[in-house]
Design a protein around this ligand. Structure first.
Ligand code: FES
Ligand code: FES
Length: 148
């Protein structure tokens, strides 16, 4: 199979039913994407597929062949989302944060000036056991400001 991840092409041989999450972490060593629940419930494994956030833990790799996959490593360091995350100091333990960053990135690509309610609605499926939700909202609003 040929996979396009963060703009780079990878040729890999594997079972087409393998979850994308395992391929990213174990084969491509893109370990920013985290394994949380494996049931599409927590959002820690979120990546973008053709611009849409998906739960990579329940996405068979065969279904993303020919599509563009973006992981947290694929968002530039100087992107407003990453800068705002750092400025606000969002993470606590950090485990959920790559999924949060990807979800926020997807939101701001579609809606660069989201309201607080739109942010809450969009981020609703991404759980954080450390309760960093207020800082996540602040960081998205800050990133939105930085994007002008
Ligand atoms: S690990 Fe995929 S949603 Fe929790
Ligand atoms: S920062 Fe710890 S789970 Fe979110």
């Amino acid at each position: 199979m040929e996979l396009r991840v963060n703009g780079r092409l990878y040729q890999i041989e594997l079972d087409p039913e393998t979850p994308l999450l395992w391929v990213l972490r174990e084969r491509l060593r893109l370990t920013g994407t985290k394994f949380g629940c494996l049931k599409a419930l927590c959002g820690s494994c979120t990546v973008l597929v053709d611009g849409e956030p998906v739960r990579s833990c329940v996405t068979p790799v065969a279904s993303v062949v020919g599509k563009s996959i973006i992981t947290v490593e694929g968002i530039p360091r100087d992107h407003p989302v990453k800068r705002a995350w750092k400025e606000v100091g969002v993470p606590q333990c950090g485990y959920c944060q790559s999924g949060q960053v990807i979800q926020a990135y997807a939101l701001l690509r579609k809606n660069p000036k989201p309201t607080r309610e739109e942010i809450v609605r969009s981020m609703n499926g991404n759980l954080c056991r450390c309760g960093t939700y207020p800082r996540i909202i602040r960081a998205i609003m800050r990133a939105s400001e930085m994007m002008g």
